[in-house]
Design a protein around this ligand. Structure first.
Ligand code: AMP
Ligand code: MG
Length: 335
């Protein structure tokens, strides 16, 4: 086998996608849930049924594990992930609840409703899971297997749908296995999902809810609790929810220059691989490590008060595509 070539591909995919080991496939009983929880604690990926679709769960506090999820899904961008918690009390450790959010959680949790709320400064969720946003999308699922997994793990889990980017959402364990012959550590088979449709996503600010994504809970059901809501399309044009365009999306204060080999006067250099820089995304040139460090590194360089941030070239393969997408957005001229 082409020695250097294969290990390069492995790196590019965060070591997960092409690792070649088939996921352990198990009926979702309590002992396999305990096994999955221990995989999650060591930074692994476990697919788990929820009442909406199958989720690909990782420790939401572990940026490297979250980077692996983006890598195996083949996402070209860092879209923020939904953070799954046991209940409203667990959610309240990560986000700031408004009175309306509390009413919504009381009415629909556990269940297929996701609430986008301001992140608490002491939240354990890593920046990469929310793609650098100041908000977090949280939900308490009702599926007994996911609930058991959350209880056994004992912390928030980031869990996007367990499919490759661009494929349809998986509603059976067999769908998950078909999309991930490798790259996922374990698949819990809990049968077909009840809704087979993603959760409804609401942004809740003070006393107004905006529908960001229609889903398993209908507008009528929600309006009975939340009062009239803006349509998804209206909300979209008022404040684009496409994550890369969100105004609240973190961009460094300092202007940025990409593909820099060395720093010019007044610049700080964000390094990668052989280009060490003032701070490095990954000295060894590992794209998963670079993704895990990206948001924290941008914040750290910004806080140094540099006039300009320049960034070493990042290869456009595997996670490099999402990293470069994010860097290009941060470097784009601002209004
Ligand atoms: P999935 O990855 O399939 O679970 O989908 C997650 C959905 O939640 C996407 O539509 C995201 O854009 C949305 N989402 C997650 N976090 C946020 C956030 N902080 N603000 C707005 N939308 C979010
Ligand atoms: Mg999805």
């Amino acid at each position: 086998m082409g020695i250097g070539e294969d290990s390069t591909v492995d790196h590019a995919q965060g070591g997960a996608q092409v690792a070649g080991v088939s996921p352990r496939y198990a009926a979702a009983d309590h002992s396999s849930v305990l096994e999955a929880a221990s995989i999650l604690r060591s930074g692994g990926l476990a697919a788990c049924p929820t009442e909406t679709v199958y989720g690909l769960a990782v420790d939401a506090a572990n940026a490297l594990a979250v980077a692996r999820v983006y890598a195996v899904k083949g996402r070209p961008r860092f879209n923020p992930l939904i953070i799954h918690v046991s209940d409203a009390a667990a959610a309240a450790r990560e986000v700031q609840f408004t009175e309306l959010a509390q009413r919504l959680a009381q009415a629909f949790w556990p269940g297929p409703l996701t609430l986008v709320l301001p992140r608490r400064p002491d939240s354990c969720v890593c920046d990469l899971a929310s793609a650098g946003l100041e908000t977090l999308a949280v939900r308490a699922p009702s599926h007994p297997v996911m609930r058991d997994l959350l209880a056994a793990f004992g912390g928030p889990l980031a869990a996007p749908s367990a499919n490759r980017s661009g494929h349809v959402s998986p509603t059976t364990a067999a769908h998950v296995a078909a999309d991930f012959p490798a790259g996922v550590d374990m698949i819990l088979d809990g049968g077909a999902c009840q809704y087979g449709l993603e959760s409804t996503v609401l942004a809740v600010s003070d006393e107004v809810a905006r529908l960001l994504r229609p889903g398993a809970i209908s507008r009528t059901e929600l309006e009975a609790v939340a009062g009239p809501m803006q349509a998804a399309a209206e909300a979209e044009s008022a404040s684009p929810s496409s994550p890369g365009q969100l105004a609240s999306h973190y961009a460094p204060r300092a202007p940025m220059r990409l593909n820099a080999a060395t720093a010019e006067p007044g610049e700080v250099l964000l390094g990668f691989g052989a280009i060490a820089g003032d701070v490095s995304l990954s000295p060894s040139g590992d794209l998963a490590e670079a993704a895990a460090n990206l948001f924290a590194a941008l914040r750290a360089l910004d806080s140094r008060g540099a006039a300009r941030i320049c960034v070493a070239p990042i290869p456009e393969r595997g996670l490099g595509e999402a990293i470069n997408d994010r860097l290009r957005r941060a470097a784009a001229p601002r209004p």
